[in-house]
Design a protein around this ligand. Structure first.
Ligand SMILES: [Zn+2]
Length: 275
């Protein structure tokens, strides 16, 4: 049986959920919500797999090194203890090591991967190194996705031109631009490439209604990005809040709640081959 919703981007694998993680996932399943715990470095990827293995169905994992955790040597890495306690080695993209865990049964995507230019260094020379290093790691992870024939979850902030530039060298990649906050032109380009757009609680803060109106229903994925980007005023986000995001998208598209839920669930189960 299919769930009502799939949270295509959650981080119950982060430290901040540690004590309640299993209970929370059980609660999600009881509420007919499936979810992907998205890896951000080696350790969070491994925890995501451990969690997925605790359940027969409905909890899945992704494996990847987030661009913010690529050690470029030119900006200080900001590691939030609410996310993970990591060893330096967890932040090095070792192809063999990542491939070994990404080959596990419950791993349904490579992600989150991409480029993030938010914390860029100030000098031109350092900026070049910074972008180059992120790009190298992004490319290696795209190669891994290709080798394992897995879809990708892209994190892209202030870097669309460069992400497009990298992706154009690949054929038959499939995946999602998670937490999409770009402009209409960028959205159209992504849709033309055959990718999906992931929307979360940020749609309550930033007006993305034009983009949502222009995105066909068969290309929308729902996500929470919990513990971040809560659609409500409560402190911490969880996958149980997906209904609010669904409601808002239904309102913007003038389509019923049930139809948004059904279509986005189909999109997620298809893209990530969830069984
Ligand atoms: Zn994320």
């Amino acid at each position: 049986m299919k769930p009502i919703f799939v949270d295509t981007h959650s981080h119950i694998n982060f430290n901040v959920f540690k004590k309640e993680a299993v209970n929370l996932m059980e609660k999600c399943l009881k509420n007919e919500i499936w979810l992907l715990n998205v890896g951000t470095e080696f350790n969070t990827s491994k925890i995501a797999i451990d969690y997925a293995n605790k359940f027969k169905q409905g909890i899945y994992a992704t494996v990847g090194l987030h661009p913010l955790y690529v050690n470029t040597g030119v900006v200080e890495l900001k590691i939030d203890k609410n996310e993970f306690d990591s060893k330096e080695s967890d932040l090095i993209f070792d192809y063999k090591k990542f491939k070994e865990i990404a080959s596990k049964e419950k791993v349904v995507a490579i992600g989150e991967i991409g480029l993030d230019y938010w914390y860029k260094p100030k000098t031109t020379a350092k900026k070049e190194v910074f972008k180059q290093k992120q790009k190298e790691v992004f490319i290696q992870q795209l190669d891994l996705a290709k080798e394992l024939n897995l879809p990708i979850i892209i994190h892209c902030r202030l870097a669309f031109a460069d992400v497009f530039d990298v992706l154009k060298n690949y054929e038959n990649l499939r995946g999602v631009f998670h937490c999409f906050t770009g402009n209409l032109e960028e959205a159209k380009k992504i849709l033309d490439m055959g990718f999906y757009l992931g929307f979360n609680g940020i749609i309550f803060k930033k007006d993305l209604s034009e983009i949502i109106k222009n995105t066909p229903l068969n290309r929308i994925l729902l996500e929470t990005d919990c513990p971040y980007l809560c659609p409500l005023k409560s402190n911490r986000n969880t996958p149980l809040n997906l209904k609010y995001i669904c409601e808002k998208i239904a309102e913007i598209k003038n389509v019923s709640f049930d139809k948004i839920a059904e279509k986005t669930t189909n999109n997620a189960t298809e893209l990530f081959n969830l069984k």
